[in-house]
Design a protein around this ligand. Structure first.
Ligand code: FES
Ligand code: FES
Length: 164
């Protein structure tokens, strides 16, 4: 049995037929082809599937597609472009906060969720926010530096937007 679900993904209305057990991550990857959101575990521990759901970072393997009906989801594909990187993307590039592409989308979406809630987080708050995402191949030190740099970049962007 399937039911139609509409979710606003990266600003676009998307309607798909889903089963009651379909996960949000499956809706994104298999339904919409947004494969930047990854599945790295089956125990809700890795954070590779993290997206923003109505602005809050959530693990999309822990949310049913039907639970997200009518809500706004942002995936890594929706945060910036090659021509106009999101401040978090620019900071991760500048501070070498990434090595592979598997965990990085989830780490960046977690960082965006944190910075939207706490624009000037302490190092402890950054580390606490990141403890839900697992990186297997680099140290967390550069990731923390990248999030600190992203906080500065986002504040500058917001100040610029406010003065425009
Ligand atoms: S796929 Fe690992 S936490 Fe979601
Ligand atoms: S940079 Fe890939 S697992 Fe962390």
């Amino acid at each position: 049995m399937t039911t139609e679900v509409t979710i606003f993904v990266n600003g676009a209305e998307q309607t798909r037929a889903v089963e009651p057990r379909t996960l949000l991550v499956e809706f994104l990857r298999e339904g919409l082809g947004l494969t930047g959101t990854h599945v790295g575990c089956d125990t809700s521990q890795c954070g590779a599937c993290t997206v923003l759901l109505d602005g809050k970072a959530v693990k999309s393997c822990t949310v049913l597609a039907v639970q997200a009906a009518g809500q706004h989801v942002t995936t890594v594909e929706g945060i910036g472009s090659v021509e106009a990187l999101h401040p978090v993307q620019a900071a991760f590039w500048e501070k070498h906060g990434l090595q592979c592409g598997f965990c990085t989308p989830g780490v960046m979406m977690t960082a965006i969720g944190l910075l939207q809630e706490r624009p000037q987080p302490s190092e402890g708050e950054i580390r606490s926010a990141l403890d839900g995402v697992i990186c297997r191949c680099t140290g967390y030190q550069n990731i923390v530096r990248a999030v600190q740099d992203a906080a500065v970049r986002m504040a500058a962007r917001d100040a610029q937007t406010a003065s425009d």
